[in-house]
Design a protein around this ligand. Structure first.
Ligand SMILES: [Zn+2]
Length: 352
């Protein structure tokens, strides 16, 4: 079968259309014929190569996907070929101590589709039955491909790890990425009062339409911490969603209220920071990490998406033939939302 990914790790010049054996579903597994896939920042890291994560090559990129059931492995009898589905990209073993306690996001063997396994920008993908969800009617194929990774990540980060309570002030650092556009909506849905901080006035403005009540563009004279301090009537912000790292995290910590939390899900500007610990203990504040989600959390946020109360923001949709351009779009300063690759020009075009 055909797919889009790479044969060797490296930069964008390594992106390639590749051929791999069509996967056969084993017991408890399902093969999905993909109709759309979405890229995440993770795909960049997978392309570049991650220490300690050996992967088979050629490799097909993509953690997010939606399509139709194609073939069922032994023991799967509650799905029919042709049913419209979407994928939960998280893979947990179900057997370790964390999994048995219902804390699958902390699974000691946690993996992600498209990172540790072949991904979704191709004709087929095989996943465990428990990773398959019927596609809600309100979600288009492209939306169903765009939602799973970012919405589960944001849901756990804000609700479970960040313990967001209604009425609290929430700041989302960054406005344009898939997680930021989801975070504004989820924070608002959970009853938070949301401010967005972005270097781009256009993106900050667009975040207002997603439910933010304030949008700030920091300057040299009015840096992030000062803007948030004033917005919060000098009480500080209760919860900050910061995936930028080096460039913003020290300022985010300085913007915290007493008992405030920063939740970190990434480090797009760099991983190393210098923090004044006195701020943390004096304000009894915390910095916590979060990644992906447990299946129960996935079910929760999917139910909200199915009701139309959250909506994935699509930056752009590209055909399979233009997958390289789609991937390049991920790095664009204008990016606002998710980059989707539709696979209609790939489907039904030959050998399995
Ligand atoms: Zn486990």
């Amino acid at each position: 079968m055909r797919g889009f990914g790479f044969r060797e790790h490296g930069g964008l010049d390594r992106l390639a259309y590749v051929e791999v054996p069509t996967p056969v579903p084993g017991p408890g597994e399902v093969r999905v014929r993909l109709q759309a896939a979405a890229f995440n920042r993770l795909d960049r890291f997978v392309l570049e190569g991650m220490p300690g994560v050996p992967i088979a090559r050629p490799h097909i990129l993509g953690s997010d996907g939606a399509g139709v059931v194609d073939a069922l492995g032994e023991g799967v009898d509650d799905l029919r070929p042709g049913e419209a589905v979407l994928l939960n990209p998280g893979l947990w073993d179900g057997t370790c101590e964390a999994c048995r306690a219902g804390r699958e996001a902390l699974c000691r063997h946690y993996q992600i589709i498209g990172e540790h396994t072949q991904g979704t920008v191709g004709e087929f993908v095989v996943v465990p039955r428990r990773n398959i969800h019927r596609r809600p009617e309100r979600l288009s194929v492209s939306e169903a491909a765009a939602a799973p990774l970012v919405f589960q990540t944001v849901w756990r980060a804000l609700r479970t790890i960040g313990a967001l309570a209604a009425g609290e002030r929430v700041a989302v650092i960054g406005a344009g990425g898939g997680t930021a556009t989801a975070a504004v909506q989820v924070a608002r849905y959970l009853g938070g009062r949301v401010a967005v901080v972005s270097r781009s006035p256009e993106k900050a403005e667009r975040a207002l339409a997603l439910g933010a009540e304030a949008a700030f563009v920091p300057t040299d004279t009015r840096p992030l911490d000062r803007l948030l301090w004033e917005w919060s009537d000098r009480k500080g912000v209760d919860l900050i969603f910061d995936s930028a790292g080096t460039a913003t995290l020290p300022l985010s910590v300085r913007s915290l209220a007493r008992g405030g939390r920063v939740v970190v899900i990434g480090a797009t500007s760099g991983p190393l920071v210098e923090i004044d610990l006195r701020t943390l203990f004096w304000r009894q504040a915390s910095i916590r990490g979060s990644t992906m989600a447990s299946p129960a959390e996935f079910d929760e946020v999917l139910a909200v998406l199915a009701r139309g109360e959250l909506r994935p923001v699509l930056d752009s949709e590209w055909t399979y033939a233009r997958a390289v351009e789609a991937f390049e779009r991920l790095g664009s300063p204008e990016l606002f939302g998710k980059v989707v690759v539709t696979l209609h020009d790939l489907a039904g075009s030959g050998e399995r």
